[in-house]
Design a binder for this molecule. Structure first.
Ligand code: FES
Length: 124
């Protein structure tokens, strides 16, 4: 099983294929935000990768990051845990002033993912 380390928290094992946003919340026990319910709209689920950044991303992630001018971050709702990863949870309920982290994301990546290379933004 892939290992997930959220900086400042113990390393945990994650079922392969689980959405990173759910792994951070449920496995690592970290209060990551997911204000749009994991639909690549809000970017509140953003994380910084320390190690193991995926080489692919969804078109939805690429588009919303570009639209918001966000660089150096990835959307945990658009990533599946299929290898070891170390991330920094930079967008958490704690200190956000929000009443809750947002609607529970579905088990599967939504919207239905269309994968491209994170480096070149070309289809893979
Ligand atoms: S973009 Fe909203 S939860 Fe990921």
């Amino acid at each position: 099983m892939p290992k997930l380390t959220v900086v400042g928290f113990p390393t945990v094992e994650v079922e392969s294929g689980k959405r990173l946003v759910l792994a951070i919340e449920q496995n690592a026990g970290v209060d990551v935000l997911h204000a749009c319910g994991g639909n690549a709209r809000c970017t509140t689920c953003r994380v910084q990768f320390i190690d193991g950044e995926p080489a692919r991303m969804t078109v939805a992630e690429q588009q919303v990051l570009a639209a918001k001018g966000a660089t150096g971050v990835r959307l945990s709702c658009q990533i599946v845990c299929d290898h070891d990863m170390t991330v920094r949870a930079i967008s958490r309920l704690t200190g956000s002033g929000r009443p809750d982290p947002g609607p529970e994301p579905n088990a599967q990546v939504t919207p239905p993912p269309e994968w491209i290379s994170a480096a070149t933004s070309t289809a893979v």
